[in-house]
Design a protein. Structure first.
Length: 180
């Protein structure tokens, strides 16, 4: 075991004990093409090894731009996003991503993003929205359940190895009706 140099300890101590500046207001808006590099940075920051590759984010943007909403802090950095993919024939949609940076969590921003995208989906005639969530992500499950999502049967929505070995997911579903 090696000792940490004293100056590094004090630097880290100051970082840990320094007052956190109050985050400014965020603008919820539709993503723009020029947001793609920042969107990729955000996705990698939050989702790390399971982040979308840049080429896929590009294609998802091209296909679903009207349902890709971002939280813009006004300095060029995105602090969150939600992405919904729709199917034309079935009137179905899938939430493909929802994230908020760690420093902006627990301020209702995930709810704000979800409510905005659900409102857009409802206005375009979407009748059913599905999403997957890691079964151990209790905070996300509580958010989705509070928005009306329920486990999709069978097996309370649990899908073992949904994204590959050991990557279980729970599938949740929300029926949208006009005006709800």
């Amino acid at each position: 075991m090696t000792a940490e140099p004293l100056e590094r300890f004090f630097d880290r101590h100051e970082q840990l004990t320094a007052p956190v500046p109050h985050p400014g207001p965020l603008l919820l808006r539709t993503a723009h093409e020029e947001d793609l590099p920042e969107l990729q940075r955000l996705d990698e920051e939050v989702f790390q090894e399971v982040a979308y590759p840049g080429f896929l984010l590009r294609q998802l943007y091209d296909m679903y731009a009207e349902h890709l909403l971002v939280l813009d802090d006004g300095t060029g950095r995105l602090r969150g996003y939600v992405l919904a993919a729709t199917t034309a024939l079935d009137r179905d949609s899938w939430i493909l991503g929802l994230c908020v940076t760690h420093d902006r969590r627990r301020h209702g921003l995930g709810r704000e993003l979800m409510e905005a995208v659900l409102d857009r989906l409802r206005r375009t005639g979407i009748q059913r929205v599905r999403l997957t969530v890691e079964p151990s992500n209790r905070a996300a499950i509580l958010l989705y359940r509070s928005l009306g999502f329920r486990p999709e049967e069978p097996d309370a929505g649990l899908r073992p190895d949904y994204f590959g070995p050991g990557m279980d997911r729970q599938v949740l579903r929300l029926e949208l009706t006009p005006g709800t």
